[in-house]
Design a protein around this ligand. Structure first.
Ligand SMILES: [Ca+2]
Length: 375
């Protein structure tokens, strides 16, 4: 072996026997700094959340739940012609907000009336001008004796009625109002936990102001009603309303309007919290009573509505009125359907279904719930 090769061999052996230098002992992982970083970032998010309105500020107001800000898909692709005004589907981004977990009850409305002496529109004598504002020019005015306080009450006919003949189940009842839902002789004494009805949009707004709240916008209402589920058919998911033999909402069962099997337990309103809440903790966003929203009604609105916090159009238009009625009479949006909805007659108890009503007219299946800003 040459010197050179011996030297190489020795070098190899040295290499092989070399002790691997120890890995320097950790100097102590900087957990404290990591913790501070996490807290710092968290606080940053918190502050950002507070600033952009997507997080609640302070504890929940009594009876309200927080709907987080964010994006959701509003409207539907449902081909049922009932949803002609809920197209197209479009993305909407909302700030977070509070919303009542239930419809406003008779008990709550009674408190407001007691505190303020408020008289609802249905309790006041209508003027000829008010009536005529909703009619086409040239339509003869109502006789003076017809100008009495009252409201529209659902009356179940004995026989089947064609679904395009609403007069077959709606009756103008003098003296009907929130305290007398079916007219004089009826009372709310045993219905204090039912939603208030026969309140028109103005009556709902007056309550909201007194309570330090406001009506939800239509977009807020739909986001809340969807309960955090994307593209579900119902407020609770995709199960049919009576899956497993247990009803999830107060709608109509049987042939509308003459036969109601009462499978869900109620022919008219049900007490609030009768059915399970949706994913956000909201009760009866499907059925029971329609709920007023802040927006003017315009069927085409979704085609051009802004993406961020849409507030509705500047005025209303309803092309589906009868020949004698004024399509430009002021109407606001209502949502959620009522105890008169059914898949056959009116499937608008689905979270994307839209409804509309004259701002001065209450009905026996229309109520509301309130919303409130983050701060
Ligand atoms: Ca409802």
């Amino acid at each position: 072996m040459s010197k050179k090769s011996r030297a190489r061999q020795q070098a190899k052996a040295t290499e092989a026997n070399a002790v691997v230098p120890p890995i320097p002992a950790p100097r102590g992982f900087p957990w404290k700094w990591l913790a501070l970083l996490v807290i710092g970032v968290g606080a940053g998010f918190g502050i950002a959340t507070l600033l952009d309105g997507s997080g609640p500020i302070g504890p929940a107001p009594a009876g309200m739940v927080w709907i987080p800000g964010g994006k959701f898909t509003m409207g539907t692709k449902d081909t049922n012609p009932r949803f002609f005004d809920a197209y197209p589907e479009h993305e909407v981004e909302l700030d977070g907000f509070w919303i009542d977990e239930t419809e406003v009850t008779n008990s709550q409305y009674a408190e407001f009336v007691k505190a303020t002496g408020y008289v609802t529109v249905a309790e006041q004598t209508p003027t000829k001008e008010q009536i005529m504002a909703n009619l086409q020019p040239g339509v003869p005015p109502p006789p003076p004796e017809a100008l009495v306080p009252g409201s529209l009450v659902f009356r179940q006919p004995d026989d089947p009625v064609s679904w395009d003949r609403e007069e077959g189940w709606w009756e103008w009842v003098p003296g009907a109002c929130w305290k007398h839902p079916e007219g004089p002789g009826s009372s709310i004494t045993d219905r204090m936990d039912h939603p208030v009805v026969h309140v028109c949009w103005k009556d709902a707004e007056a309550y909201c102001k007194w309570a330090g709240k406001r009506l939800p916008t239509e977009a807020e209402w739909e986001r809340a009603a969807r309960g955090g589920l994307a593209a579900a058919t119902f407020a609770w998911g995709d199960d049919v309303p009576d899956a497993g033999g247990k009803w999830r909402c107060n709608i109509w069962q049987g042939n509308f309007p003459d036969k109601n099997t009462l499978a869900d337990g109620y022919v008219r309103t049900a007490p609030v919290k009768s059915y399970p809440p949706n994913g956000y903790g909201l009760y009866e966003v499907a059925g029971n009573v329609w709920e007023w929203c802040a927006d003017w009604y315009m069927p085409e609105y979704y085609k051009n509505s802004p993406m961020k916090n849409p507030q509705g159009p500047g005025s209303s238009y309803d092309p589906r009125v009868r020949q004698t009625e004024n399509p430009y009479a002021p109407k606001r949006v209502m949502r959620g359907g009522s105890f008169l909805c059914s898949d056959g007659f009116c499937a608008r108890y689905k979270p994307y279904g839209r409804g509309q009503g004259d701002i001065d007219t209450g009905q026996s299946h229309v109520g509301f719930r309130c919303a409130k800003d983050a701060k």
